[in-house]
Design a protein around this ligand. Structure first.
Ligand code: SF4
Ligand code: SF4
Length: 345
């Protein structure tokens, strides 16, 4: 079976089934925002949502994570985490799946990251395709992530009274087989899916004023652009834009010692290139001084450096950085200003 169909009236039955299989995380409403949380009641799951405050990254790259235990007398180290549990991420947008694909590339690059790889092994991804824009901040179409591009086990599309589910892995297939309320998709379902996708083409339009290869090229010429001065002048260096980004993965390490001072735990905690002290080294030297330079670095880490290194853009188009910025710095506006500058020359 390649495509299955599930009536909406049976969605909660399926969520109950998934909950028995593994820890289940899904989006739910929290005041006027959305967050990924463990599902306790199927009714709490919300599939019509704008990107959650934090991406599901927090489940496979936690904000604070124990790396290893150590003792000094005698000197020994030991794993801090013994067991990784199976978990399902449910209702993940295609932009956030692209974020998982980015971190997959990073954490598989030598030296591999065992904590991430162990978690990834236990992770099942059930996506949902957006059929309309979440809001004006998203740039998913320019990034090509408004449509599914792999990286999931199952992908749901809302066809009105039912969901059609694309089965993309054996792991995913096991979660839809043997259930009398999930059936193989009919020809009529497939026809409807095609029409829904056609209608979607009229809604999603590129947000940048030039195609993606031009965006990449512009970063070759924009290192001294006045755009960075303007962005740096407005930025308050809160670090929110990087904390919410599904593809930022910088971290700091911290040692916590017991009172005896001969035993402890080393952890890693998320850090951000936007913090004033991030690039400070011994002697007080700062090799990325000023908010303009740090903002510039953030953009180069999305549109230039990872393309050179991994052949992948590290902006998924989720729009979180713009949505969260208290200085109203917009990623779409910044990239378009760089592109517009080039046109004027
Ligand atoms: S969220 Fe906005 S103000 Fe805060 S560091 Fe990022 S760009 Fe600067
Ligand atoms: S740079 Fe902004 S829009 Fe792009 S992936 Fe990060 S948070 Fe999302």
């Amino acid at each position: 079976m390649k495509y299955a169909s599930l009536k909406k009236v049976n969605l909660n039955d399926w969520l109950g089934h998934l909950k028995k299989k593994a820890k289940l995380y899904a989006p739910r409403k929290k005041e006027n925002l959305f967050v990924f949380r463990q599902v306790k009641e199927a009714e709490d799951v919300c599939l019509e949502y704008i990107p959650t405050v934090l991406p599901p990254k927090k489940y496979y790259f936690p904000q604070k994570e124990k790396l290893f235990k150590f003792s000094s007398q005698p000197f020994k180290t030991a794993k801090a985490i013994d067991k990784f549990e199976e978990f399902i991420l449910f209702g993940v947008h295609t932009c956030d799946i692209a974020g998982i694909q980015c971190l997959d590339v990073v954490f598989r690059d030598a030296p591999e990251d065992p904590n991430y790889l162990n978690r990834k092994d236990k992770m099942t991804i059930i996506g949902i395709e957006c059929l309309k824009y979440c809001d004006k901040y998203a740039n998913c179409t320019s990034m090509g992530n408004h449509v599914p591009r792999g990286g999931y086990d199952l992908m749901m599309v809302d066809l009105g009274e039912k969901f059609i589910i694309h089965i993309n892995s054996e792991k995913g297939e096991k979660l839809v087989t043997g259930l009398d309320y999930i059936k193989e998709a009919s020809e009529a379902d497939m026809g409807l899916l095609e029409r829904v996708r056609e209608a979607k083409k009229k809604i999603f339009k590129e947000e940048f004023i030039a195609p993606l290869p031009n965006v990449y090229n512009i970063f070759d010429k924009s290192f001294a652009s006045p755009v960075w001065k303007d962005v740096g002048r407005r930025c308050v260096a809160c670090g929110n834009c990087t904390a919410v980004c599904p593809t930022c993965y910088c971290f700091d390490t911290q040692d916590e010692l017991e009172l005896s001072l001969d035993k402890g735990v080393r952890s890693r905690v998320w850090n951000s290139c936007q913090m004033d002290d991030f690039a400070k080294v011994a002697g007080g030297e700062d090799f990325r001084k000023g908010r303009d330079n740090r903002q510039k670095h953030r953009y180069y880490r999305k549109f230039k450096y990872p393309v050179d290194k991994f052949n992948r853009y590290f902006c998924t188009g989720c729009g979180r950085c713009t949505r969260t910025c208290m200085a109203d710095i917009s990623l779409i506006e910044t990239v378009n200003s760089l592109l517009a500058e080039e046109k004027l020359q």
